[in-house]
Design a protein around this ligand. Structure first.
Ligand SMILES: Cc1ncc(COP(=O)(O)O)c(C=O)c1O
Length: 488
């Protein structure tokens, strides 16, 4: 079977191809594995058999297999053969993720088709429990308008140019001060790059630090926005399961540590798991030893309601292996499209240059208004107010969900952020339950829809940032009743 597939694949390679035979075989085998032609844990035909079937030298076959082993696609067991590993990197070429939703339009590039197929992007629905958006209603809009107007009046023509410096200097300083104080970061403002969103920050990290085809460790389940930004940058996702202590590093044993690792250590998205201190130190040590870079997405740490205060992974890192990403999307409003990336000192110069070359950043007057918003204490006030609102909504939701806990559900990730995860037994159909909730006018997301390779997770991801308290008080019990009915 495998030999037949490989033979037909070889026939597609133009004769006289500049690619060495071992490279051609490696590519064909890699495609076969990614397409699931041989399942995880299954043994490959012996190198002798492959060489015979494909009319190649055994050396050619062995070289291809060694390359696959080095990249973690297969492993050998002495005396018994070569087996397909559990952690096949996922690529644009692999459509077999559970998120696949639509037939691809053949006029698009393969990349665009795969990105479209990789789950829906959750357009904003004005409904209770929508996960993601904060409460726009509590944002101090009149004050913001006043500041914007003031800075547009003060704008002089040079401020309409692109922004080559990583952002408006007073804003970079204000962000650095805020992060030093509230997140324990070690930084100076030169390390801050203002971007137009977390996806831009992450794409930049992937483009600058990884090559096309490089594997990147990501958490499974995973934020779809990170998955798409990474895949669009040409890297491959190597999903690592998350448990209640964050990314499970034991599952990576035997794998080479990749150049890039993407983590949400303070509030794993979407399970809410907090990465333990022991695992934080372990991954920092691994990154240091292997020369890898960790991208820390700290998207909602402004809102911490219970549990011990958590500092950032960047703040624990003496070696400068962490790139830290934050955003104003949750703290203020998503359409502000203002985020920041903090890079280690050694990376400041290339990141500034490539951020400029790839994005041509601008928005100087808006950034000036934002700098003043922070400097005058409005940001701190807005956060304090928002925390109070969210804290009440969270308590109301937690109270409403109590009956579900008595029937076997558990809650994770309620200590911080704007969503929590209601974990359900693994035999349940969480997507059907989410669809049922949707019919009742409640927007929740199925936990399984965030999974890349895992099949064991079921639950509902429930937001409490967007809906007002009155709506949570009214609709929380409705949701709980629905879940209890399904739990039976
Ligand atoms: C894990 C994660 N990171 C970042 C963001 C926000 O990113 P942006 O700055 O692009 O709005 C979100 C939004 O839901 C998220 O879930």
């Amino acid at each position: 079977m495998l030999s037949e597939y490989l033979l037909s694949h070889f026939q597609q390679v133009p004769s006289g191809s500049a690619l060495a035979l071992n490279r051609q075989l490696y590519l064909a085998l890699r495609d076969a594995l990614r397409q699931g032609k041989v399942a995880a844990g299954e043994r490959l035909p012996s190198s002798r058999d492959l060489a015979h079937d494909l009319q190649l030298s055994r050396n050619t076959v062995m070289t291809a297999l060694q390359q696959l082993e080095a990249e973690g696609y297969v492993y050998t067991q002495t005396g018994s053969g070569t087996y397909v590993s559990d952690n096949i990197p996922m690529s644009m070429a692999r459509p077999s993720v559970p998120w696949v939703t639509s037939a691809a339009n053949s006029t698009l590039s393969k990349r665009a088709q795969s990105l479209r197929d990789l789950g829906d992007s959750q357009t904003l629905e004005v409904q209770p429990f929508t996960q993601g958006p904060p409460d726009f209603g509590s944002f101090p809009l009149p004050l913001w308008q006043k500041l914007q107007n003031k800075h547009w009046r003060m704008t002089y023509p040079d401020m309409l140019d692109y922004n080559p410096s990583g952002g408006f200097a007073p804003l970079r300083r204000a962000i650095a001060d805020h992060l030093r104080l509230s997140r324990g970061l070690q930084l100076d403002s030169q390390q801050v790059i203002v971007t137009s969103g977390t996806q831009q920050s992450l794409s930049l990290c992937a483009q600058v630090l990884a090559d096309v085809g490089d594997p990147v460790w990501v958490e499974d389940p995973l934020y779809w926005g990170a998955a798409k930004a990474l895949l669009a940058s040409g890297v491959e996702l190597l999903p690592i399961a998350v448990d209640d202590q964050g990314m499970n590093l034991a599952a990576t044993q035997g794998q080479a540590v990749p150049r890039l690792i993407y983590l949400t250590p303070s509030h794993q998205h979407p399970t809410g798991a907090v990465m333990t201190l022991a695992r934080r130190h372990q991954i920092l040590q691994q990154a240091h030893a292997q020369g890898s870079w960790i991208v820390e997405d700290d998207y909602d740490s402004e809102f911490r309601f219970s549990g011990p205060p958590l500092s950032s992974l960047q703040g624990l890192d003496p070696e400068g292996r962490v790139l830290y990403m934050g955003t104003f999307s949750k703290a203020l409003y998503p359409g502000i499209k203002l985020a920041y990336l903090v890079v280690p000192k050694v990376l400041v110069e290339p990141f500034l240059q490539l951020h400029y070359d790839l994005n041509r950043p601008g928005q100087v007057p808006m950034q000036a208004a934002m700098a003043e918003f922070i400097a005058l204490g409005h940001f701190a006030t807005a956060l304090r107010r928002a925390r109070q609102h969210y804290s009440l909504r969270r308590s109301s939701l937690l109270a409403a969900l109590q009956p579900c806990l008595a029937q076997g559900a558990t809650i994770s990730g309620a200590e911080q952020g704007l969503h929590l995860c209601l974990n359900l037994p693994s035999h349940m159909d969480d997507q059907a339950l989410a669809a049922q909730a949707h019919k009742a006018g409640l927007t929740v997301r199925a936990l399984s829809s965030y999974c890349l390779k895992r099949r064991d997770l079921r639950g509902l991801v429930i937001g409490y940032g967007y809906a007002p308290l009155s709506s949570i008080e009214r609709d929380g019990p409705v949701l709980a009743q629905l879940v209890c009915g399904a739990l039976g």
